[in-house]
Design a protein around this ligand. Structure first.
Ligand SMILES: [Fe+2]
Length: 230
C-alpha cells in the first residue's frame, strides 16, 4: 500500500548565524526598546512584550539590524526557489518588523498576519526550555468526520489512538537559538503556552511582494511607484 500526500503547507526552517558581537549589540538594542516602551497601557500579564505595540514596528529601519535583514533576504529567496517562483518578476519588501520578548508563562495566542504575504520568526535568544513555534491547521483535509481530530471526548476515549502528521490539528516546531522559520502570513500560528520562558527574544516581520512589471498580470499588486495618493 502507499499513501499519497498532496497540498502540503511548506515552512522554511533554517539558521541565521550572526557573530556573538553582533548578537550582543542587537540584544542591547532590544533592551533599549523595552526600557523605552511607548505604550502607556500595561500589557496583559500572560502576554509577551511585542515591540510593534510599543512603538518599535520598523526595526528594519535600524542600521544595527541591517546584517540580519540581508540574511533574511537570502532565506526568502530560498523559499521562493523552493516554490519555483521567478524572483526576477517580483519585488520583495519588508513592511513591518519587531521584537518579541517572553518571560515566564508569557505567550502569543493564535493569530495570522493578514496584511502581508510571508512572515518570519528568528530566535535571537532562546533556551531549549523556552516556548516553541506552533502551527495550527484550519483546513483539516483528512478529517472525514467533523471533529474527528479536534474533539476532546474523542481524544479522551482514544478513538484516535495516536496523532500523526496526517491528523494533527496543530504541530509544535522545535526551534533553537539562531533558527528562523518563514511561512505564509495567512498561516494560523502561536507560541507554546504554559512554558517557562527565560527571556526568550525573537524577531518577527512581514514581507510583501509586488510585481516588477504589472502589464498583462492580474493577480500581483503593481509596484507602488505607479500608485497615486488620493
Ligand atoms: Fe505572528
Amino acid at each position: 500500500m502507499k499513501i499519497l500526500n498532496f497540498f502540503p503547507l511548506s515552512i522554511l526552517h533554517d539558521q541565521i548565524n550572526l557573530s556573538d558581537k553582533k548578537k550582543n549589540s542587537l540584544l542591547d538594542e532590544v533592551k533599549d526598546m523595552k526600557n523605552n516602551s511607548k505604550n502607556s497601557k500595561p500589557k496583559p500579564d500572560d502576554r509577551s512584550w511585542t515591540g510593534d505595540t510599543q512603538g518599535y514596528e520598523f526595526i528594519h529601519k535600524n542600521p544595527k539590524f541591517s546584517d540580519f535583514f540581508l540574511e533574511l533576504k537570502n532565506k526568502i529567496d530560498l523559499y521562493l526557489d523552493f516554490l519555483k517562483i521567478d524572483k526576477n518578476q517580483i519585488e520583495t519588501y519588508i513592511q513591518r518588523s519587531w521584537v518579541t520578548i517572553s518571560n515566564g508563562k508569557e505567550a502569543i495566542a493564535e493569530h495570522q498576519h493578514l496584511q502581508s504575504h510571508l512572515s518570519f520568526a528568528y530566535y535571537l535568544k532562546k533556551t531549549p526550555e523556552d516556548s516553541n513555534f506552533v502551527l495550527h491547521d484550519e483546513v483539516f483535509r483528512n478529517e472525514f468526520i467533523p471533529g474527528l481530530f479536534s474533539s476532546k471526548t474523542l481524544k479522551d476515549k482514544k478513538v484516535i489512538k495516536e496523532m500523526s502528521i496526517s491528523t494533527a490539528p496543530k504541530i509544535i516546531v522545535t526551534v533553537k537559538e539562531n533558527d528562523i522559520v518563514l511561512f505564509p502570513s495567512k498561516t494560523l500560528h502561536s507560541t507554546e503556552p504554559n512554558k517557562s520562558n527565560n527571556e526568550r527574544i525573537s524577531i518577527s516581520g512581514d514581507i510583501t511582494f509586488l510585481s516588477k512589471d504589472s502589464s498583462l498580470l492580474e493577480h500581483l499588486t503593481p509596484s507602488f511607484e505607479n500608485w497615486n495618493k488620493l
